[in-house]
Write a protein that binds this ligand. Structure first.
Ligand SMILES: C[S@@+](CC[C@H](N)C(=O)[O-])C[C@H]1O[C@@H](n2cnc3c(N)ncnc32)[C@H](O)[C@@H]1O
Length: 255
């Protein structure tokens, strides 16, 4: 997937000022991320690639009537990082939108990571709102009902849930999420319910919410709780695939 031309003359200087940080460099794994994300798409969200057409077994009449349609339209990536997932989605013909943290904070990935991530979104022309997904959940998503085909979150749900975790995060939260434990109480339950009610409202029928989490310390307990919370409160949302631990694929069923 091609890196686009620098969007302005001072872009490279801005990039070098933050991307030379060893932590940022360790996260800049573009080719590996593209491979990993495409493998995830193949295994868990093949819908993103559009319908498979068995063209060799079609009659002439079927070929004449063939329409290439997308069942899923809008893809929203939660916690875009360097935007590879949305680049892949765009290459598959999807409309794309990202949501990321408003600003780096002490539990985030640092100022340089945040700046580099924004610069990459600018260069690759990826629309990202820096509102914080936790704020979307609290305020209601700024998204119309029945409009989103796929929500995707890789390595970001643990950030979004961190105010409901106890323990001291390390320097590198993405790797140190396992130092934190999710707290099961009324506040965290209400937050997760609000998240799923907004997901349900905004997804189209057969729309998908695909999650790949960094594990917290009590991840197994969290995963059981998370799956049961959806099963008990959202009869219209099915869990269709999981590794029973960090990967969850939810699908909104229609009437
Ligand atoms: C470990 S990185 C994962 C990046 C990317 N999804 C990937 O798979 O390479 C976590 C991402 O979540 C973002 N993030 C942190 N807190 C967030 C929040 N409250 N809302 C949305 N995104 C957040 C970070 O800025 C970062 O882009």
């Amino acid at each position: 997937m091609k890196i686009r031309p620098e969007p302005r003359t001072d872009w490279l200087a801005d990039w070098e000022a933050c991307a030379n940080d060893p932590y940022v460099m360790s996260k800049l794994r573009r080719r590996d991320r593209i491979r990993e994300l495409m493998n995830f798409i193949n295994s868990y969200i093949p819908e993103l690639k559009g319908e498979d057409k068995d063209i060799n077994n079609m009659t002439d009449a079927e070929v004449d009537a063939l329409e290439i349609t997308k069942t899923q339209k809008l893809v929203i990536d939660i916690g875009v990082g360097f935007c590879e997932f949305l680049e892949i989605s765009r290459a598959y013909g999807m409309e794309i939108r990202g949501i990321d943290a408003p600003a780096p904070d002490k539990n985030g990935m640092g100022v340089n990571y945040h700046t580099a991530s924004k610069l990459m979104a600018e260069r690759q022309e990826i629309p990202v709102s820096y509102d914080g997904f936790d704020n979307w959940i609290k305020d209601g998503f700024p998204i119309g009902s029945d409009t989103v085909g796929i929500y995707h979150s890789c390595g970001s749900l643990d950030f979004v849930l961190r105010e409901f975790c106890e323990g001291e995060p390390g320097q590198d939260f993405a790797n140190d999420s396992k130092l934190l434990s999710f707290v099961f109480d009324k506040k965290s339950e209400d937050f997760l319910k609000k998240m799923f009610s907004e997901i349900e409202r905004t997804l189209i029928k057969d729309g998908i919410f695909a999650i790949h989490m960094n594990p917290v310390k009590n991840q197994k307990e969290f995963a059981d709780y998370f799956m049961n919370l959806v099963k008990d409160n959202f009869p219209n949302i099915d869990l269709t695939q999981t590794d029973l631990f960090t990967i969850f694929k939810f699908v909104k069923r229609g009437e």
